[in-house]
Design a protein around this ligand. Structure first.
Ligand code: BGC
Length: 415
């Protein structure tokens, strides 16, 4: 039977939630927040945890997008020594729940009224068969384009509003000797660019059908061919040394004017801000051309562990993570917006305001969509199958038609 670890563990969590003071809260926290902006953000949680008497053992696993962190997690769980708290999101929360290794944090959620302060679609990702199994930190938007303001101004270029404008700007920049697109050739970064291009070229309904419903006709469509055509163009806009580069080094290329644009989730903004760059002055933000909003909600799941101190640590962490103060301070650093709906955005920058407004509008208009590249839309096997094709196409001279055929086959084989 698939469920939480044991009734005893649930009962222990409940008792512990009420008696946190009796055990010294301990938490070993596995996460992949190791860049400048990310480290500054997670430090907020460490400080809040310590100020409430918690002892934090850090387990950072470097590697953007979290692939390496997830490999480390699997090894720990298989060896029977799961970390107490893990940065985990989207359908992978459900996958771990089905293995029976997650702790139930419903007692904390109910005591702190999470149901009333979280949007229903975010809360949905945090629940396993009706019980709370994860705590949301934020909402990151994926479909962003970041630019060096000076580079654009000096080259007479405005933020592109269509893919044709993007291509025209990129051609002009390349002719001027500037790398148009800062990119790191890692599978998850290829997938990040790909899903922004797919949303822009295909539109929200196409995205939903292709990357949420895995509809074969859509995966094989001529629109998908057009998406790969644009990806081929993107490949021509990156520099020669793009392979393997970390995302934050790509962001640095935009900061120092070596490159003009980066397509990346708004953790890139955390990087600009950590380096003292000002939005609207030093760097520009805009959604990538097209309609819609690709969301990526970071969250933490607690793994079933023994020991009152660890369980007290889990309850305290869960409480802090969804707390108003943390949601504000963390997200100011991280580049995202709070998951809670009742955090005032007065101190947030214009990019964050745009994100919040666009999220509300796209929610209303039915174009608020989960990021496939950041593990919000699909289970690991399906997302991995798509990304393998995207990366194979990006790193070869494969035709768009061949890529589409390979995509349909890969998805069919992963089901
Ligand atoms: C996470 C972000 C993180 C980024 C780069 C994304 O998948 O949601 O929190 O900053 O990867 O590591």
């Amino acid at each position: 039977m698939k469920h939480f670890m044991s009734i005893a563990a649930v009962a222990a969590m409940t008792v512990m939630a009420a008696q946190t003071a009796k055990a010294e809260p301990q938490a070993e926290v596995l996460h992949w927040w190791t860049s400048g902006g990310e480290a500054k953000s997670v430090a907020v949680l460490q400080q809040e945890f310590a100020s409430r008497g918690g002892v934090w053992t850090d387990m950072p696993v470097a590697g953007g997008g979290g692939d390496a962190a997830m490999t480390a997690l699997r090894a720990r769980v298989l060896s029977g020594n799961a970390p107490t708290a893990v940065q985990l999101k989207g359908p992978s929360i459900q996958e771990w729940y089905e293995e029976g290794v997650l702790a139930d944090i419903s007692a904390v959620a109910e005591a702190n009224g999470w149901e009333d302060v979280l949007p229903a679609n975010i809360a949905g990702h945090m629940k396993c068969e009706g019980s709370w199994c994860a705590a949301p930190v934020n909402v990151h938007r994926i479909d962003w384009i970041w630019a060096n303001a000076d580079v654009l101004a000096k080259n007479g270029i405005a933020m592109p509003a269509t893919w044709d404008e993007f291509n025209a700007a990129a051609d002009k920049l390349a002719a001027a000797g500037i790398t148009p697109l800062a990119h790191g050739g890692q599978a998850w970064q290829d997938a990040t660019v790909f899903e922004a291009v797919a949303l822009g070229i295909g539109g929200p309904e196409f995205f939903q059908k292709a990357f949420v419903e895995l509809d074969m006709a859509t995966l094989k469509s001529s629109t998908m061919v057009a998406v790969f055509d644009q990806m081929r163009k993107m490949r021509g806009y990156v520099d020669a040394d793009f392979s393997g580069r970390d995302w934050n080094l790509a962001t640095a290329m935009v900061m120092n004017g070596e490159a003009a644009f980066q397509i990346m989730g708004d953790w890139a903004k955390g990087e600009f801000l950590a380096a003292g760059k000002r939005p609207g002055i030093d760097f520009l933000c805009a959604s990538t051309p097209g309609e819609g909003f690709l969301y990526n909600v970071d969250s933490f799941a607690m793994f079933a562990v023994d020991g009152a101190d660890k369980q007290a640590g889990q309850a305290l962490l869960a409480e802090l993570i969804v707390g108003q103060n943390f949601q504000k301070t963390f997200n100011l650093n991280k580049g995202s917006i709070p998951a809670r709906t009742d955090v005032a955005l007065d101190d947030f920058d214009p990019c964050a305001h745009a994100s919040a407004q666009d999220m509300a509008a796209s929610n209303y208009g039915g174009s608020l969509l989960p990021s496939y590249a950041h593990g919000m839309a699909l289970r690991g096997a399906q997302a991995g199958a798509i990304t393998d094709v995207v990366t194979a196409h990006f790193n070869s001279d494969m035709s768009s038609a061949d890529a589409v055929e390979m995509l349909a086959n890969a998805v069919a084989n992963s089901l």
